[in-house]
Write a protein that binds this ligand. Structure first.
Ligand SMILES: [Zn+2]
Length: 232
């Protein structure tokens, strides 16, 4: 009697174990399928496609499901030419690497960087090359939280050639140091002003934007979370 009781018990435990294993396998398979689907690279033909890919790339970065990290494969794919879909004008801050935070690896984006993500003639020339010659569909001007350049401008720092750079950010300061959000507010104002400057100083870019062949958008990167917000 006792023996058969134990047999039934071990049978039940056995069944529970099989069922758990089965559930684990299903979850594992779903994960593999999810990864395989995300590996399929999308063709980027429009500015909207480019924004969607950058948003998806930032989500992949945040969830640690990056797909563009096989650099030897990237090198092989791009050795005979490049066709970057977007240009990211961003700050030189070491915590804001566009290729990583948008999961774009090698060959998918132009990263144009300086302190405070501002424009000048050299930047305009680089952007014009990207959209008019290389066929990029999107320009993103991206500011970020805790930006040292913007903080320097707000605190009126003077230092060598940096002084004239910070002077270019100063028109974006709309409130004083009493406002605890003055830095982030200035970062966002500066992004908007940089976009306006690019459009007013570059006939090539403004025409392409007008014809809807390319788009220019602002973005804000939070260095505390890794999340990019597009200012559309
Ligand atoms: Zn910065």
């Amino acid at each position: 009697m006792k023996k058969s009781y134990f047999t039934v018990l071990s049978l039940i435990f056995g069944l529970i174990l099989i069922s758990c294993n089965k559930q684990e396998k299903v979850a594992e398979n779903a994960e593999i399928q999810d990864t395989m689907q995300s590996v399929e690279k999308v063709e980027i033909l429009t500015p909207e496609d480019a924004i969607a890919e950058l948003k998806a790339g930032n989500r992949r970065f945040l969830s640690e499901k990056m797909i563009n990290t096989n650099y030897s494969e990237n090198i092989e794919e791009t050795k005979s030419g490049q066709k970057p879909h977007s240009i990211i004008l961003s700050c030189m801050d070491s915590r804001v690497p566009p290729e990583i935070i948008f999961d774009q690896g090698i060959g998918n984006i132009f990263a144009v960087r300086n302190a405070g993500n501002i424009e000048d003639e050299n930047i305009l020339g680089s952007l014009e090359y990207a959209v008019d010659h290389a066929g990029s569909k999107l320009i993103v001007v991206m500011g970020h939280s805790h930006c040292g350049a913007v903080t320097g401008a707000v605190h009126d720092v003077k230092m060598g050639n940096l002084t004239q750079l910070l002077a270019q950010i100063k028109p974006a300061i709309k409130s004083d140091l009493n406002n605890p959000d003055v830095i982030n507010e200035t970062v966002k104002n500066s992004v908007i002003m940089t976009i306006e400057d690019i459009l007013s100083k570059s006939a090539i870019i403004s025409e392409l934007v007008h014809e809807k062949k390319i788009a220019i958008v602002g973005a804000y990167y939070d260095i505390e979370t890794g999340e990019v917000q597009f200012m559309e």
